[in-house]
Write a protein that binds this ligand. Sequence first.
Ligand code: SF4
Length: 286
Amino acid sequence: MEIVLAESLGFCMGVKRAVDMAYKALEKSDGQQIVTLGPLIHNTQEIDRLKKDGIEEADYDAIPANSTVIIRAHGVAPQAYQDLKSRGLKVMDGTCPYVHYSQRKARELHEEGYTVVIAGDKSHPEIVGILGYIDNQAYVVKTLEDARALPFLERVGTIAQTTISPWKYRAIIDILREKSAEVKVCETICDATEENQKAVRELSGEVDLLYVIGGRHSANSNKLVEAAREKCPRAMLIETADEIDLRDLEGVSRVGISAGASTPDWMIQTVVLMLRELDSTRSAAG
Ligand code: SF4
């Protein structure tokens, strides 16, 4: 049985970078405690691994003294960053470069006198962080209805949450154009999750069965399964290698693998190893 990995799968660059940063900090820690400000990633198994290795998650108000704090990929408001430093903590900034770009763009728009409109969810940590760069002086619109409800604005500058759908951002911009004299658009959507989607679509037409490795509640993993099923009806979601059922592999000569944006490489490897093992057991029996 041939095992084929999608060309793009698993961790996005931003999350990978933050996790690597945490492990580098641990290596150099000299006994100091390493904590992450909130969960570094939405994957239970990876969070357990981090904990086991000594990288704990902490709330903003409960960070142990003298520890090293890793800012996760979503970023934080500059005030929060300064506050952590003034508490004498060592701060390592794992903010994704794409999110840094959004923060910079928001500040530029604000300084140039535009009314900033952010397409996204105002309770999402990424947006909370961006708002901190412009003293919360922005409208945040989550839906097209929110955009329609805005007053007439003279000069508007737009930012999008990095993970919103490009379609939705376009639709919000169109609404703003109808009610504003000038709209300056900043392209801040990240295509990391789109790349995984594109790759799974390509692979799904070439395999008999396809496993997407990811959390049951992970929206992007479920979207990968949906995309794969267009051409491969036998695409399915698994959280761990233990869920692979030998009966599913009957008659399968090519199996594809994809993984959600919060699935670490080591979990992908475990699935590959399990499939190899099951395949050799099957060959030996047959
Ligand atoms: S902006 Fe993109 S690359 Fe960065 S953390 Fe978010 S999804 Fe990952």
